[in-house]
Design a protein around this ligand. Structure first.
Ligand code: FES
Length: 327
């Protein structure tokens, strides 16, 4: 990975809810500060077991002396969240990436609605702060399986009360049902911006509800790849082989069937950024100059895909012919 790493000290760890801990990370070098970030950003944390995981920053973007993230012990963990919960300890240092933001706020929106599902509350906590400090109309909907599993609930209630934010809570076990998002989201103007972070099924329900209500300013942040985007054929770059021309480097490479474009670039000595390899972190986003891209990431919007300006080279590929990249 070509982006320089930062070294962070685990300053504190706190139990926040059933299965959720928060990590407060400080610059390892005392007296220094971290790079600035904007609300909605995430960092990649290089864990002691060599896995790399992306976590959204939950603290206000005005803070430069620390990054705070929340980590859910995932029932289907592939080793990342278990490592955080069981191996990471206060006083350890970990390499982290600089923040990257695939989920930015539109501060010009006349009204914003923040919808959180479970641990998806983390970027939305950070996003509430700049809206509240600008006294912009904002509504917050927080859904979780139960109160015991709802992290940062007290903090959110205090923040919402101080800012006059309408806060709606939904706990599946108390209602014996998942949230009815079409009902919860109705009544907003067409210029409202709606943001959702949470598990995949909730994001799908959110997008369907927004479509049924004819909302167009809809933003989502996924922390797991869309299942179809990592189906074996797609993730490995299967399909027919193609050529990729690297315009600035003056190289032309063959991408064989079954090999991810990212690996072809790395094998050729290209200093290509990457992290998750699943199309969810945005680290490998690359400018496309020409070529028909078959997108398999979970980041780009429909409009961004259609504009054909960038692609995630870890999971996306060229549909046919030759791909020309600005590398
Ligand atoms: S490496 Fe994360 S999107 Fe490609």
């Amino acid at each position: 990975m070509s982006t320089p790493m930062l070294t962070a000290l685990v300053k504190s760890m706190r139990h926040e809810a059933d299965g959720v801990v928060s990590l407060e990370l400080r610059p390892a070098q005392a007296g220094s500060s971290f790079p600035a970030f904007t609300a909605g950003a995430h960092i990649d944390v290089h864990l002691p077991n060599a896995l790399v995981r992306s976590y959204s920053l939950l603290n206000p973007e005005t803070e430069r002396d620390r990054y705070v993230v929340g980590v859910l012990l995932d029932r289907n963990t592939r080793g990342g969240s278990r490592c955080v919960h069981e191996q990471l300890r206060v006083g350890m240092t970990v390499p982290i990436s600089a923040p990257r933001n695939n989920f930015p706020l539109d501060l010009a929106a006349p009204c914003s609605v923040l919808v959180a599902g479970g641990i998806g509350i983390t970027p939305l906590m950070s996003m509430h702060a700049p809206l509240a400090s600008r006294r912009m109309p904002v509504e917050f909907i927080y859904c979780a399986r139960s109160r015991r599993e709802a992290a940062f609930l007290d903090e959110l209630a205090v923040m919402a009360q101080a800012a006059g934010t309408k806060l709606t809570l939904h706990f599946d076990d108390e209602r014996s049902a998942p949230p009815d998002l079409a009902t919860l989201l109705q009544g907003h103007g067409a210029d409202t911006h709606l943001y959702c972070c949470g598990p995949g099924p909730m994001l799908d329900a959110f997008e369907q509800a927004c479509a049924s209500l004819a909302y167009v300013n809809v933003h989502t942040e996924r922390f797991a790849a869309i299942p179809s985007s990592v189906a074996p054929a797609d993730a490995t770059g299967a399909g027919s082989g193609y050529q990729v021309e690297l315009r600035r480097s003056g190289k032309t490479l063959d991408v064989p069937s079954g090999k991810p474009l990212l690996d072809v670039l790395l094998d050729a000595g290209v200093a290509q950024d990457y992290s998750c390899r699943e199309g969810i972190c945005g680290a490998c986003e690359t400018r496309v100059l020409s070529g028909e891209v078959e997108h398999h990431d979970s980041i780009l919007t429909k409009a961004e895909r259609e504009s054909n300006k960038t692609m995630m080279v870890c999971v996306s590929r060229c549909r046919r012919g030759t791909l020309v990249l600005d590398i």
